[in-house]
Write a new protein. Structure first.
Length: 359
């Protein structure tokens, strides 16, 4: 690809213009006796106060919005509360306090029957352990949630075959899980969760048990599917490299709280706390920082001096080799091809060497 042909746009368009698909307001999950009474009596208790009362604050005062069609990654170290939070959002675990708003209604006020219907028809879930039915074929596993819905056999198998082809397993419909590799089993789990055409998709460390090469392959597959389906996704991981590759936005959790939420570039270039700074310290900045963040004002009359053009959202890593080889600035352009600024080879070299600082 020549520099002039570069049209990479980087992250998806800003989520601010998209409708909110799911949100939570001041959600708490506290384990222990009389946790609800304690929260009613206390005003945002600290972890020390909870510990003194023999309580564990797994999720503490979390509020967030997830927009339609975005990949929202929740990450943190083991025990940070990320899996508990996602289970609260789907009510697999009952929050101790707060609101979970899905399509304008508080899920915590839904009846058990209503909640079952929402999960069956509007939510898809994929977990680290594939939980496939060993006595069922690939076709049977993928069709299973449709069988639970009461869909006729012909209709559910037709839909299952479509999804199996979508995830790249056509020809293995009659295989059993034991006959599949780990990556193939995970594809079956993904296909099963997509069979009901969910409006929101929860994925809890879905690739963490896979070997690195298979994990990368599954990330590629995941991005391909998202490009076609545009699902609203909450994705849990403890791997920041995975998060920055997949996420539109990331929320970092620590001790049950969300410390910072932002795009991968926000977190790397503007960490809100020392914890976030330490968390992102080893990230390859060239994979995260965009041309827009590194550009300088365009020189007057310099349009003919540019060695190439690059989209404002393109990551530095995607064009670093070309600009360094050219030895001349690139124009940074918007979606209409208008020049926004310029980026110099030395700025890219400094960033790659660990000396550069993006605005």
């Amino acid at each position: 690809m020549t520099p002039d042909a570069m049209t990479e746009t980087g992250p998806a368009p800003s989520t601010a213009s998209r409708a909110v698909q799911i949100a939570c307001r001041n959600v708490w999950k506290v384990f222990g006796r009389n946790a609800e009474d304690f929260l009613r009596r206390s005003n945002a208790p600290s972890n020390d106060e909870l510990t003194a009362a023999n309580l564990i604050g797994a999720v503490r005062a979390v509020s967030l919005d997830v927009h339609r069609g975005e990949i929202f990654v929740i990450m943190g170290l083991s025990g940070s509360g990320k899996s508990t939070l996602v289970r609260c959002l789907s009510r697999l675990i009952e929050p101790t306090a707060g609101e979970v708003i899905f399509e304008g209604r508080d899920l915590l006020k839904a009846t058990e029957r209503e909640l079952i219907e929402i999960r069956r028809h509007k939510m898809g879930m994929v977990f680290q352990h594939f939980a496939l039915l060993p006595h069922q074929t690939v076709l049977g596993n993928v069709a299973f949630p449709l069988a639970v819905q009461g869909v006729t056999r012909a209709a559910r198998e037709k839909r299952a075959r479509e999804i199996i082809e979508l995830v790249g397993l056509k020809g293995r419909e009659l295989y059993f899980p034991r006959q599949l590799s780990g990556g193939q089993q995970q594809r079956v789990g993904i296909a099963r969760s997509l069979a009901v055409e969910p409006e929101i998709w929860f994925l809890d460390e879905p690739f963490s048990a896979l070997d690195p090469l298979i994990r990368r392959e599954m990330q590629d597959e995941f991005l391909r599917l998202q490009n076609m389906l545009q699902k609203t996704i909450l994705f849990i991981t403890h791997d920041f490299d995975e998060a920055i590759r997949l996420a539109d936005r990331i929320a970092i959790m620590k001790d049950g709280e969300i410390i910072q939420t932002g795009t991968p570039e926000d977190l790397v270039t503007r960490p809100a706390t020392d914890y976030v700074r330490e968390f992102t310290r080893d990230v390859q900045r060239a994979k995260v920082i965009s041309a827009r963040a590194l550009m300088q004002p365009a020189a007057p009359g310099g349009a003919n001096e540019y060695a190439g053009r690059v989209a404002a959202g393109a990551k530095i890593a995607s064009f670093a080799a070309q600009i360094v080889a050219a030895g001349r600035p690139f124009a940074v352009i918007d979606g209409d091809g208008q020049i926004l600024g310029e980026i110099a080879p030395q700025g890219v070299i400094d960033l790659l060497a660990g000396h550069g600082a993006a605005r």
